[in-house]
Design a protein around this ligand. Structure first.
Ligand SMILES: Nc1ncnc2c1ncn2[C@@H]1O[C@H](COP(=O)(O)OP(=O)(O)OP(=O)(O)O)[C@@H](O)[C@H]1O
Ligand SMILES: [Mg+2]
Length: 356
């Protein structure tokens, strides 16, 4: 299994090595099909672990909408990949007791895609649009009156004989998800009544997610192993679940015991060269370059990209965010700088003995 490199939104970032990262937060190719029937996906607020602030805010809005018998306000969910945006949208539909129609911006390129989606709705249904920042201008302009006034403005006919026709549509809730909120046009942003960010999960929440998932796939895991696995999951449930599956595979093949303990966990992650902070070979070559060749920085992004043979966008959007989140990297006006904590971690974790 290849470990290196991935993309943030399944299509926009090139990966010049053509390989996928085990600890990348976006879906791996093999997971795209699986995600449609994801058995680990929480189905209610109660099953959705962590993100307590978000659940509180959304819980109130859902209850209020139910009490009034109205559609929930349009909702924008943003945050890094794998934190639960799609999951939360489906949970909300479940809690509202309505159907969710799931689509994504690339599937709504032509006006007729949007018209087809909106015209056959039942009242109060939820429409989930993934990667909403990628909607083209025509699609966005069709959506504005639909979101605001529940109206579709259609041009019928061609040339001089063309005229505008308005069609009323039932009340509905649009849930938009994006990993790049800054890329959203401001008229689009303004049309969402509720905007919420999903944050990286803390270790305790991830540990609970791991225990829940282990339970669902009939796997026994020790307290210590779930604790250690949580620390390596980069604050991301998708990565936690993925690592858990890999540990299960490893245990089935190499271990006589059915129980996942710290030894099985470390052996598996050593095999994939994921260290005790969830860093993989890509992260380590990045840190190594800064520490060994540039005295810790500052170094410009383009220089790093050229030296690593990586695409600078991949470094910026895929490799650097987690390093910054754990306090290993700073982006300064003069370039990238590693922190003393990163230097210490790098020197202590040699690629062959990363858990010892
Ligand atoms: N709070 C949670 N509790 C338990 N499992 C979760 C939670 N949030 C997400 N998951 C699991 O993590 C996986 C990724 O979640 P999801 O697909 O919702 O992420 P996303 O934010 O939509 O990612 P992307 O930006 O790539 O679309 C899912 O398989 C889901 O089972
Ligand atoms: Mg998603």
């Amino acid at each position: 299994m290849a470990i290196l490199s991935s993309i943030t939104d399944h299509s926009s970032l090139p990966d010049n090595r053509g390989e996928e990262r085990l600890v990348g937060s976006s879906l791996l190719k093999e997971e795209i099909k699986l995600s449609k029937q994801d058995s680990l996906r929480p189905k209610s607020f109660e099953e959705f672990l962590g993100q307590s602030e978000l659940k509180k805010v959304l819980g109130i809005s859902v209850k209020a909408a139910l009490n009034r018998g109205e559609a929930l306000d349009h909702l924008m969910l943003y945050g890094p990949p794998g934190l639960g945006k799609t999951t939360m949208a489906l949970v909300i539909a479940e809690e509202l007791g309505v159907k969710a129609r799931v689509t994504s911006a690339p599937a709504l390129e032509r006006p007729r895609d949007i018209v087809g989606l909106l015209i056959n709705m039942q009242p109060r249904e939820l429409i989930f649009v993934d990667e909403i920042h990628r909607l083209n201008r025509i699609s966005q302009e069709l959506l504005y009156p639909a979101m605001e006034d529940r109206r579709l403005d259609l041009t019928v006919g061609k040339g001089a004989s063309s005229r505008m026709r308005q069609i009323d549509i039932p009340p509905f809730t649009l849930v938009g998800a994006t990993t790049k909120p800054a890329a959203l046009s401001s008229p689009m942003r303004d049309r969402f009544g509720i905007t919420q960010r999903l944050d990286f999960y803390n270790h305790v929440d991830l540990e609970n997610i791991i225990k829940r998932s282990a339970n669902l796939i009939n796997l026994s895991i020790t307290e210590e192993a779930s604790h250690q696995l949580a620390k390596r999951s980069r604050g991301t449930p998708r990565i936690a679940n993925r690592l858990l599956r890999r540990v299960r595979d490893f245990a089935e093949v190499y271990s006589s015991s059915k129980l996942i303990d710290v030894k099985v966990l470390n052996d598996t992650l050593d095999l994939y060269r994921v260290d005790n902070r969830g860093l993989d070979a890509t992260d380590r070559s990045y840190l190594g370059l800064l520490v060994n060749d540039y005295g810790g920085g500052p170094v410009g992004l383009e220089t790093l990209a050229a030296a690593l043979g990586e695409d600078s966008t991949t470094l910026e959007n895929v490799v650097e965010p987690y390093l910054m989140q754990i306090g290993f990297l700073q982006r300064t006006a003069r370039g990238r700088v590693v922190t003393p904590a990163a230097e210490k971690h790098y020197l202590l974790t040699s690629p062959t003995k990363i858990h010892k």
